[in-house]
Ligand binder design. Sequence first.
Ligand SMILES: [Zn+2]
Length: 311
Amino acid sequence: MHYVAGLLRRGLAFFLISLLAFLVGSLFSTEPASSPNQRFEFHDDIQALVLSLPDSFHYDQKLVPILAALAAAYPKALQALEIRSDQRLFICLAGQKFIYDDGITKTSEQRLDHPDIKDMFHDTYPLANPTDRLPKDFDPGRYRVDALFMALYGDSESAVASNCVVAEFCGNSVKFNARYGAADALRAVSAGLTPLLAQKPEIRSYVDKLAGTFNWRKVAGTESLSNHSFATAIDLNVKKAAYWRWVPPSQLETFSRKNWPTEIIETFERQGFIWGGKWWHFDTMHFEYRPEIIAYAKSAMTSAPKDKSGH
Ligand SMILES: [Zn+2]
């Protein structure tokens, strides 16, 4: 009892000293009180949200399409924007806050290990098929802010496991994350592929034996979690796969993606998946659910001036 009373007395003394320090500080300090974060709530209009920010943020051409892609891909996840006292912009998404642009110029390896939200959209995913040779280190969608996907899908192996459901995929039962429409999107891919496989039995071998979905692990050679960690990626038949680590580095430049069945790629892309074959660091059996990357690619297609080849 004495102990508790002592604690209370000490607590009261601490409170009074703090109050005194605050009052003295307020009386004699000429510095303004440190400014709190400025918060801008998102309702349903991205343009209006960005226009409500200070002028300096209006010059970033990617900010509106990136926010629009995130809002479209992960319904109700985008909550607000915050500007810190150092003028850094944070995106409040799925209950967490993510720095939009850390201002650091990075190599592609550094972007893989320490991306910010803007880095995730560094390369625009090409929606055209078939794709052939790609510029060096062109890896659209390969840069991921792990903390964002942990907030969206589960922040540990067991948390992700509890969000998983069994989805039927071309005659296989696989575990896939049910959050943000991921498992439904995989089921829709399967429904799209079924008539296609009946029509073209020669492409059935790509999906008759799968190499896996849910697997909590880092991407080989990086600090970044694989999308398989979140049960939002699927590997098709490993016998049909080409992977950049399996070939000599000199072959990355000449690797052709043209022989991969376009119908399979397009069926996945229609449901918000990206294909690992469209990376310089190719992984052709790998598809991952990245609706924000597909949404951003679509907005870039409609806003970009048409190229000279007329595509
Ligand atoms: Zn994979």
